[in-house]
Design a protein around this ligand. Structure first.
Ligand SMILES: [Zn+2]
Length: 622
């Protein structure tokens, strides 16, 4: 008796395909439905049922939680009734146990085939879709699995060595669309960017999630809302303030401000930005979105670009000055000079601390000093006394300490060589960047904002790769669609963060040297890189434009659209419908462009907005 717990996501879909390919019999496929899955998941069950029927496999059996009197109770109903939030909001996993695990177990308890296996003293085989890239998940449940008398748990994806990319490949080769992640539309694990997408894709569902939160809020003590330490409603209201921002980019006949169009005078920009940066009160009044856009780095980049453009040696960015030294340009306000000096002093302290930590590392391991400094820069540039934070405690956020034993040979009193076991501590660098941010939160007691995290990435890339857009050859990752939990697909695959060469917001125009708004995000990719649709939708433009070059625009409904510019080749026509991850064009450098890159825009009701608010992050959990 072989049972598959089907989750409606990438891994378990790939697992079913792999089981079929290997002719491993499957008797029962269970999908536990908490009643609050997003529409794309329910739609996918239908698609999968058709595929299963065509391949001689059993259909998906939907199961759900029922009360003692046999009535179905959805997680949403349960929360509304008790004026509470899903238990995961409070830090427990009870909601998934109750609505995902237990309905499947209950079904099996009453299933005559399973009962027969148990009556004969056997165990029912249950296939679980952990992929090969997450061995620690398997380890965590190993003991419990071994003690299980009713189920023999199997992890075929791990056995086959299928990681997430391999799973995606298997689904595509099977001719199936990608499922995206399954998640309740009110899941407290949802990230801010995912809530934004929910807002556009399923406004009615978002309304229901907010209703749940509103109902629970008077009773909340330890948490603030569906976001745990923040409320979804507050976040959305804050976010609406963002709509004021795109007005900086007046709508004109030229859709792309990579080209001509209006712009603010650099002097006004610097003055406005400087007053916001230096005044805490006005920073608060302006709101977090505008401050984020005018964050110290971007602001100072703008500052240096505008004030000192011309002479090459004057045109050094503040990042460059902090990381590589050199004379600070004349005329720089004393305040900024002090910030730069403080950052240099802090970097010297960090270098010493990193050296100490690396002394405790084993051969082959090491710290990425640019990464450590970039994070520090994003957190503390312009802060009061940054040097106070530049110690070993900060560097420790990038490592874990492990106890290890080794055999050492010593000479005893009689002159004989003896081998003894010695315990020692080793520092191991952390590769999971989310873990680093978590450690920083523990250290500082405050969560780094998404903008600070994004700035840390930008600084890292500027220092490590320079801001050059010229790239040659193929980049790994762009052949596989990279889709977030909300179904939003990166146009150029995973790792887009390291390809950003120009952020949405202010930048220096490469043609005129003047500072002006940038209406999208530039991602450096070699010519010919596949460019993918961010969401399902209808192509509304596929043509040549003097600024955008060959560009594609897709309408995703509910006021959301995306635009892909500077392509070398268009692969779709106006009116065509596309699915998430479909290749719509090949990147290039047409139109007003200084090198091969994708100019990517996200528009909300016609207003350009920061694509970073939507692009999926690399931390992905099924
Ligand atoms: Zn651009």
């Amino acid at each position: 008796m072989n049972v598959v717990g089907y989750g409606g996501g990438t891994n378990s879909t790939a697992m079913l395909i792999g089981l079929w390919q290997r002719r491993i019999p499957v008797d029962l496929i269970l999908f536990a439905d908490p009643g609050g899955e997003q529409p794309h998941t329910y739609a996918y069950l239908e698609i999968m049922d058709r595929w299963l029927a065509e391949h001689g496999m059993p259909p998906i059996t939907r199961v759900w939680y029922t009360t003692r009197d046999g009535q179905r109770l959805t997680l949403e109903q349960e929360c509304l009734r008790s004026a509470s939030l899903p238990s995961i909001a409070y830090g427990y996993k009870k909601c998934s146990l109750k609505h995902k695990v237990s309905p499947q177990e209950k079904f099996c308890r009453h299933d005559p085939h399973c009962q027969k296996v148990w009556a004969g003293g056997g165990r029912v085989v249950k296939f679980i879709g952990y992929d090969a890239g997450e061995p620690e998940r398997r380890e965590r449940v190993r003991e419990r699995d071994e003690a299980d008398r009713k189920y023999q748990k199997e992890y075929p994806l791990m056995e086959w060595g299928w990681d997430r990319d391999r799973c995606i490949q298997a689904i595509q080769e099977a001719g199936l669309p990608l499922p995206g992640k399954s998640s309740c539309f009110f899941c407290p694990s949802m990230k801010r960017r995912e809530i934004r997408t929910l807002y556009h894709r399923y406004p009615e569902l978002l309304g229901r999630a907010l209703a749940m939160e509103d109902r629970a809020r008077p009773h909340l003590t330890s948490i603030k809302g569906l976001g745990r330490n923040w409320a979804w409603r507050e976040f959305l209201e804050h976010d609406k303030g963002q709509l004021a921002f795109p007005q900086v980019f007046p709508e004109d006949n030229l859709p792309c401000s990579c080209g001509g169009g209006h712009h603010m005078s650099p002097a006004i920009l610097v003055k406005a930005a400087a007053s916001i940066l230096t005044n805490e009160k006005s920073r608060k009044a302006v709101g977090w979105v505008l401050t984020a856009v005018l964050s110290p780095i971007i602001l100072l980049l703008a500052f240096f670009c505008t004030t000192f453009s011309g002479g090459a040696e004057h045109n050094r960015t503040v990042v460059d000055l902090c990381f590589h030294g050199g004379a600070v340009p004349e005329g720089t306000p004393a305040e900024y000079q002090a910030y730069i000096q403080e950052m240099r002093d802090s970097f010297a302290l960090l270098d010493a601390a990193m050296q100490a930590v690396e002394g405790q590392m084993e051969e082959g391991d090491g710290l990425d000093d640019i990464r450590v400094k970039a994070v520090f820069f994003a957190l503390y540039f312009g802060a009061d006394d940054p040097a106070a934070h530049a110690g070993q405690a900060f560097v420790d956020c990038f490592v874990t300490y492990e106890e290890r034993t080794r055999t050492v040979t010593t000479v005893d009193e009689e002159g004989n060589e003896v081998e003894t076991q010695e315990t020692y501590t080793v520092a191991v660098s952390i590769s999971d960047f989310q873990q680093v941010w978590q450690n920083i939160r523990h250290l500082t007691g405050a969560e780094a904002t998404p903008e600070q995290q994004a700035n840390a990435d930008s600084v890292y890339n500027v220092v490590k790769y320079g801001a050059s857009t010229g790239t040659e050859g193929w980049i790994p990752g762009t052949d596989v669609p990279f889709i977030g939990a909300d179904g939003f697909c990166s146009p150029i695959g995973a790792g887009w963060e390291s390809r950003v060469t120009s952020e949405f917001g202010y930048r220096r125009d490469p043609f005129t040297g003047e500072t002006r708004g940038h209406t999208g995000m530039d991602l450096a990719v070699p010519t010919g890189t596949p460019v993918r649709a961010a969401l399902p939708g209808t192509v509304t433009a596929a043509q040549y434009h003097s600024s955008y070059g060959y560009y594609v625009m897709i309408d995703h409904g509910n006021g959301l659209s995306t635009l892909y510019a500077h392509n070398s080749q268009l692969l779709v026509r106006v009116g065509q419908t596309v699915e998430t991850g479909d290749i719509v064009s090949l990147s290039g450098s047409t139109g007003r462009s200084t090198g091969p890159h994708l100019h990517f825009e996200v528009r909300v009701n016609g207003q350009r907005t920061n694509p970073r608010y939507y692009l999926p992050t690399t931390s992905y959990e099924e």
